[in-house]
Write a new protein. Structure first.
Length: 238
């Protein structure tokens, strides 16, 4: 099997409240929220996990605080020797707009999405304003259900709760199983010697809590999808 690594690309950043990440924890503390796309290096196909925001404003001083640059989608891919047209598969952790706004720039990609997530995108509920059905309109979407093996060493793990059809991406690396979480969180969702904390934004709290426990247990290397420390690593594992 080829050696697989994950390349995090910062393709957006927001400023928000820590409580958006951690249910009943950290409210009232402002944080920077990096938005990533992830390239899976060494895969048989050119695989990208999420595509990020198409337009964004970097808060003043954010890059200095984060310790890494925040780039436009095409520039970020170019930094790792790729162009959008070369991407063959896009895997979506979920379909909140900050994870899928650049899909249309990848005309040759097949987009892997959980069936439950795609159904919710088509008919989103007003309680969650982050869905835009137009973002995937006319694109080549492959709907999957449950845990799925994408290719040797890369497994998609059904991760509902934050959204109806989230999925985490488990990559077998030289240092164990690295898992990109399929729900919005940062390192504070995973305190030592305590249960994982459910994301502060969720459609089903019980599912979200149970998913957080499952994904933590599944990972040797845990990659919280909005954690600043992730963007400071060129590759995972380094």
């Amino acid at each position: 099997m080829r050696e697989l690594r994950i390349l995090p690309l910062a393709v957006g950043v927001n400023e928000t409240d820590q409580g958006v990440m951690t249910y009943l924890h950290g409210y009232g503390r402002r944080i920077l929220l990096p938005i990533y796309a992830f390239v899976i290096e060494g895969a048989r196909q050119r695989i990208l996990v999420d595509t990020g925001l198409s337009e964004f404003r970097v808060p003043q001083g954010a890059e200095e605080k984060l310790g890494f640059p925040v780039l436009g989608f095409e520039e970020a891919l170019a930094r790792v020797g790729l162009a959008p047209g070369e991407i063959e598969i896009i895997v979506h952790t979920h379909l909140h707009n900050d994870h899928c706004e650049n899909d249309a720039l990848c005309p040759n990609a097949e987009i892997w999405v959980q069936r439950a997530e795609m159904a919710f995108l088509r008919r989103p509920h007003p309680v969650d304003h982050r869905y835009d059905p137009d973002l995937l309109a006319g694109l080549r979407v492959r709907e999957i259900e449950g845990d799925v093996l994408l290719e040797e060493g890369i497994e998609l793990l059904f991760s509902p709760g934050h959204t109806p059809g989230g999925q985490s991406v488990a990559v077998t690396t030289a240092r164990g199983r690295a898992v990109i979480t399929g729900f919005c969180c940062n390192a504070e969702n995973f305190p030592p010697r305590a249960p994982a904390v459910a994301p502060g934004v969720h459609l089903d709290l019980i599912q979200a809590w149970e998913t957080a426990q499952r994904i933590r247990q599944a990972a040797d290397l845990l990659i919280p999808i909005h954690d600043p420390a992730v963007g400071r690593m060129r590759r995972i594992p380094e």
